[in-house]
Design a protein around this ligand. Structure first.
Ligand SMILES: *[C@@H]1O[C@H](CO)[C@@H](O)[C@H](O)[C@H]1NC(C)=O
Length: 146
């Protein structure tokens, strides 16, 4: 919005604010776009913490990392903000829901298999169901490290 205001006015002071807006837009676009699928119980053992039940902190949402973000195990414990932005079936995304998920596993080796193997992020059924219709196999997400 500020971008359009800068263009329509067009004088030099506005050019400065236009540049500022472009910088802000560039920052916002640091979020990645990718695919999320889901996986179900059993979640243990995981590639990050084995069979330790304490890795699922109460009220915390979790998921497993696709190869794109697994980062040779560095992904373990990272938090991601995730939002559903589109899906093949209309009305699959639940609007305005943003969740934070902690990475506890690697989807390549997780005990229960993801509903889609090549997803960037595989969400627990609870996490998936907060941002999308849980009957979906996969969705397109915007995600960023929190
Ligand atoms: C979820 O998707 C299924 C299959 O497309 C559909 O039958 C169901 O009505 C949807 N549920 C909601 C709450 O939209």
């Amino acid at each position: 919005m500020c971008f359009l205001a800068g263009i329509s006015k067009g004088s030099t002071p506005q050019l400065f604010s236009l540049c500022l807006c472009l910088l802000l837009l560039a920052r916002l676009s640091c979020a990645d776009i990718g695919t999320a699928s889901q996986y179900t119980d059993p979640y243990l053992p995981t590639a990050c913490h084995g069979s330790n039940e304490a890795q699922f902190q109460s009220s915390e949402l979790f998921g497993s990392a696709g190869e794109a973000i697994w980062d040779n195990g560095e992904a373990c414990g990272r938090l991601y903000s995730v939002q559903c932005i589109s899906a093949s079936d209309p009305n699959t995304c639940i609007p305005d829901q943003i969740i934070h998920v902690r990475i506890v596993d690697r989807s390549l080796t997780s005990v229960s298999r993801p509903s889609r193997e090549d997803a960037a992020l595989v969400l627990s059924t609870t996490a998936f169901g907060i941002i999308a219709n849980s009957s979906a196999t996969f969705i397109t997400i915007q995600f960023i490290r929190a």
